[in-house]
Ligand binder design. Structure first.
Ligand code: AMP
Length: 512
């Protein structure tokens, strides 16, 4: 099945209802959305000479045309390569080249960078600007018939955000995205056609993926005019669009929690905030629940198994009287309906409850492989299971708690130290706003624990003795940081994830 069939169907079923919105303004109803995608699909084929299976990159900040391009690409049987719009030009070049993208759809903000790649990135032949006069012409072309797609045909090359090494293109098929969408309904939320999906996070990542179940159901996709997260704007959009859900990284949730406009907003139109992609610390989650109420759901996933490994449901968040509520809030939840999830040892043997090992996943949502990277694919999918590189353990109820990415693990004096646990502990101190814990090479211990600490808003950095005391009160002595670095901010990538690699490199450079 070709996922673009959803747009075509809603074009007939609810032609006059809003499909795409630019803030409060309707950009296209379903009739227009369907006509524009079918028109652009024909033009991609006839004017630009593309054939089913060819790749088309999208390098754009969030805007309604993003979704037009995505569904036009699918309608024509092509493969979309949504590129993180905040990457450097050389990184665009790498992704376009590696994916063999023949055409890129881009906006004025990125046109110079992308156009400069025509002729240098081996495959790139043409760049289409959207919005713009050419995009209007392409979308007004006569509608092409929907190209038939098999479930295993690639739909989206998801380039992993690269907190570790060169990005690889996880090949997501029409089947994996369909299963991802259906399991959203099974585990996160039912979606009604009267609902809205706000794209405050990048469409090239979680927000775009979780936009799909909303398109499937005929809900409206709303792109904030700022293209990002702004408390005042979200408060205004909440007045306008009912049944609103959005995807947000934990850092974005935290920013909104502290926002005055959100504190004063009428949240009756807010349905669900799906957060994930990085650890949400308990102290931050409690603050978020105080502001948003039981409207939070957590997902744990990765590009390789799009947004679908486990989830901590809204009901879990609301179940405060449960004796293990705090533990659950520090977990990433329960396996999703459509996947098997195991924790395994180094030989891929399944580990019993409580033991810590690598998280592996199997199911139809899992990627077909990394685009043109057979060795990396064989390694990641060995034995038929996706090896996530994340380390965690199950509890007796079946909730999974992540300890860390395996490479983040610190081994000091032969003892395993999971940075997340130390970070959770430091965040218990009211003077700590954010913390990242990494290992530093140490001649005596192998590695020693270093904490990078950002003071909470408006307060001076807490004395080291206080932080030590907090650690000694809650975790084993050997896990306590040997060194504290007070910084103004932690380095984050474009998706708001802390890039620990940079912290480790800084420490290594100092040592040298
Ligand atoms: P990406 O493929 O860029 O989305 O990165 C996926 C990685 O982000 C996972 O392998 C985890 O290490 C991390 N991650 C995703 N969701 C969560 C979560 N809910 N809690 C903690 N870490 C997460």
């Amino acid at each position: 099945m070709n996922l673009a069939v959803w747009v075509e169907r809603h074009g007939r079923r609810r032609p006059d209802k809003p499909a795409l919105a630019d803030g409060e303004r309707m950009h296209a109803d379903w009739r227009a959305f369907a006509a524009r995608t079918a028109g652009a699909a024909g033009a991609l084929r006839d004017d630009l000479g593309l054939s089913p299976g060819d790749r088309v990159a999208i390098v754009m900040r969030n805007r309604p045309e993003y979704l037009e391009a995505l569904f036009a690409i699918w309608h024509a049987g092509l493969v979309a390569v949504p590129v993180n719009a905040r990457l450097h030009r050389d990184e665009f070049a790498y992704v376009l080249d590696q994916s063999g993208s023949a055409v890129a759809v881009t906006d004025a903000d990125h046109a110079d960078d992308v156009e400069s790649l025509v002729g240098t990135a081996a495959s790139l032949q043409a760049v289409v600007l959207a919005p713009g006069e050419r995009w209007d012409r392409l979308t007004a072309a006569s509608p092409a018939p929907l190209v038939d797609r098999q479930p295993e045909d690639p739909a989206w090359l998801f380039y992993t955000s690269g907190t570790t090494g060169r990005p690889k293109g996880a090949t997501l098929t029409h089947r994996s995205l369909l299963i991802m969408s259906l399991s959203y309904f099974a585990d996160i939320d039912p979606v009604m056609p009267s609902d809205s999906m706000l794209h405050a996070a990048p469409l090239s990542h979680g927000s775009g993926l979780y936009g799909l179940p909303h398109v499937a159901r005929g809900a409206v996709s709303v792109v904030p005019e700022s293209g990002g997260v702004d408390g005042e704007e979200i408060a205004a959009l909440l007045r306008h669009w009912p049944g609103m859900s959005f995807f947000a990284a934990p850092t974005m949730v935290k920013r909104l929690v502290g926002d005055r406009a959100i504190a004063e907003a009428d949240l009756s139109h807010l349905k669900t905030i799906v957060y994930g992609g990085a650890p949400m610390y308990l102290a931050d989650l409690e603050d978020a629940l105080a502001v948003f109420g039981p409207r939070l759901a957590q997902i744990y996933g990765q590009g390789e198994t799009p947004m679908t490994i486990t989830a901590l449901s809204k009901e879990d968040h609301a179940d405060r009287n449960h004796p293990r509520w705090r533990d659950r809030m520090q977990s990433v939840g329960f396996p999703r309906t459509d996947v098997e999830v195991r924790v395994v040892d180094d030989d891929d043997g399944e580990l019993p409850v409580g033991e810590v090992g690598e998280v592996v996943v199997r199911g139809d949502v899992v990627m077909a492989g990394y685009w043109e990277r057979p060795e990396a694919t064989a390694e990641a999918l060995r034995g038929g299971w996706l090896h996530t590189g994340d380390v965690g353990s199950f509890d007796t109820d079946g909730y999974l708690t992540l300890r860390d990415r395996s490479k983040d693990l610190i081994i000091s004096g032969g003892m395993n130290i999971y940075p997340r646990e130390v970070e959770e502990t430091l965040l218990r101190h009211p003077g700590v706003g954010a913390a990242a814990v990494v290992g530093r090479p140490d001649t005596e211990w192998g590695e020693s624990v270093v904490a990078f600490v950002v003071a909470a808003d408006g307060v001076a950095p807490p004395p080291v003795e206080d932080l030590d005391r907090t650690c000694l009160d809650h975790i084993a002595r050997f896990k306590r940081p040997k060194d504290y670095r007070f910084v103004d901010a932690l380095p984050t990538n474009n998706y708001g994830k802390v890039v620990k690699r940079e912290l480790r490199e800084q420490l290594r450079a100092e040592a040298e």
